[in-house]
Design a protein around this ligand. Sequence first.
Ligand code: AMP
Length: 268
Amino acid sequence: AQVAEWKAEGLTIGLTPTMGALHEGHMSLMERAVKECDRVVTSVFVNPIQFGPNEDYDNYPRDLEHDAAIAESKGVNVVFHPEPEEMYPKNYNTYVVMETLTDTLCGAKRPGHFRGVCTVVNKLFNIVQPDKAFFGQKDAQQLAIIMRMVKDLNFDIEIVGCPIIREADGLAKSSRNTYLSEDERQAALVLSRSLKIGKQLVEDGEKSAKAIKDAITAEINKEPLARIDYVDVVDFETITPVDEIKGTTLVAIAVYIGKTRLIDNFIA
Ligand code: AMP
């Protein structure tokens, strides 16, 4: 009803989809949306169908009061916080599946994850009917997939990719950083540190994906608390592996620090 009212007034609508436990990364999306759209909806929904059976759905941090206060302070007009039973009622049976873009990186490591993401984002697009939707480059494969989906399924929505927001020491902001112990928090710096080494190589003219992957891998392997899930170099648009840096190339990593799986990347 609120969306219909805004549409009748000819107002533009921005959407920032999130899973809550909002931090400065989410805030940057909200700020951008408030700047570029007349009205902004932030969704806060821990989407059960994008979590694997052994993942952290139950433990994922939830704090609606905190999230609502942050959204309000950023000028967001509506926080959309549905219950899982509202989004997936009994007999729910329709899913959106993307093909090759989900075969690598997080798609390969988290079977079914992007089916859950594409499905929920479709539903959010239909519910909120935004003119623009804002996604972080922090989840670069997700951003590429949503851009592809919007083209493939003819959504009249502009997808805006926003830069990665980091802590002062380089760690990419993430709701999952709250899982880290003090030692792990320190060890987690290996993600941004290794990517910085990779980025420097690219800036110095290195074109070989293998050389970049090897340098990043070597740095991560120096950290005893870290265990590599993947280190990959892919074309940003197709998310397929490349041997050489050319065009828009994504260098992406996923690393377990203790039990916590963190991701980070840069675009070359
Ligand atoms: P999440 O709540 O983790 O599903 O993230 C919701 C949105 O915020 C996604 O588009 C993320 O890419 C984005 N996001 C999360 N962390 C960051 C960050 N550190 N910098 C920029 N965007 C982020």
